[in-house]
Design a protein around this ligand. Structure first.
Ligand code: SF4
Ligand code: SF4
Length: 289
């Protein structure tokens, strides 16, 4: 699709992370198509900008605007969240927070968790354990795969990994008066929020604790008071894809590390050819609790 000159100029300074630039252009072209246009206009780019601002939240959008205006620093990559150790038979895949997404609070919590998980896997000689369990040549699938995400959006599929650590954010409803702006309902893709005359009501059975409703609540009626972790395990891809099961919900960091140690201890006494997913399928989550 063609883009007019003003649209091209507006796209160059869209406040979005560089890695999302191509997707934002596709989004603008979709909006133009839906409006029956044969060319992307500056108006269409404006609509795309708003969609991405809602998606990323005010804090991130303001940082990016400042960068494009030349008054703020470039979006930061979180080098520590890129796992690099080609000699290890374990691997940690972290979510898009490694590209600077999410809040600094979440990125710091993920870095802290990654340091602890890496130390445990190192201390417990997980590479040797995985080497002994592997029959034949070592390759990518011989590794113990750990997926870690800053929210239940799970963008790096921890449910298809041996072990998953997912940050959870419990949203509380405060006494502060709600102005019925509807922002929270717009953000909740689970449709877990209703607006009653005296304010929001959260359906805790369907809420996945992602915090998006609270992130840009203008009044502070919704806020996150507690954050914790969900541990899942026993997933995997390959010939027989398996979805990980929940081991523990809304638990502390210490408990996450304890469960990880338990999983490694169970693998230490496993037979060659066995994996965590085989053990959990046979023995249930109790195998590593
Ligand atoms: S809870 Fe917050 S975001 Fe939701 S409608 Fe009320 S003021 Fe708006
Ligand atoms: S925290 Fe719960 S209620 Fe809020 S947006 Fe996420 S799923 Fe919806």
């Amino acid at each position: 699709m063609k883009w007019d000159k003003e649209a091209e100029q507006a796209a160059e300074i869209l406040p979005i992370p560089p890695m999302m630039g191509a997707y934002a252009r596709l989004h603008a072209e979709k909006v133009a198509r839906q409006r029956g246009l044969d060319c992307v206009t500056a108006d269409v780019v404006k609509e795309t900008e708003q969609v991405y601002a809602d998606f990323m939240g005010k804090e991130k959008t303001e940082q990016l605007k400042a960068f494009f205006a030349g008054t703020g620093p470039a979006p930061e990559m979180e080098e520590e969240l890129f796992f690099e150790n080609e000699k290890a038979l374990y691997f940690i895949d972290t979510c898009f927070a490694k590209y600077g997404e999410n809040s600094s609070l979440v990125r710091n919590a993920l870095k802290d968790m990654m340091r602890s998980a890496t130390s445990v896997m190192e201390e417990e000689n997980l590479t040797e354990i995985m080497a002994d369990l592997t029959t034949g040549a070592f390759h990518g699938a011989s590794r113990f795969n750990l997926g870690m995400t800053g929210c239940p959006n799970c963008c790096v599929s921890p449910y298809l990994k041996d072990f998953g650590i997912i940050m959870q954010h419990r949203v509380d409803i405060t006494e502060i008066e709600c102005v019925h702006c509807g922002e929270c309902m717009k953000m909740c893709i689970e449709k877990s929020i209703q607006l009653a005359p005296d304010g929001p009501i959260i359906d805790r059975k369907t809420c996945v604790q992602c915090e998006l409703c609270a992130r840009d609540c203008p009044t502070g009626t919704l806020t996150v008071k507690e954050r914790a972790w969900q541990v899942i395990a026993g997933g995997g891809g390959g010939h027989h894809p398996t979805i990980a099961v929940t081991i523990e919900d809304f638990t502390s960091k210490d408990r996450v590390i304890e469960i990880l140690r338990n999983a490694i201890a169970r693998l230490r006494v496993a037979s060659p050819g066995e994996s965590l997913r085989m053990i959990i399928a046979r023995e249930g989550p109790g195998a590593i609790c």
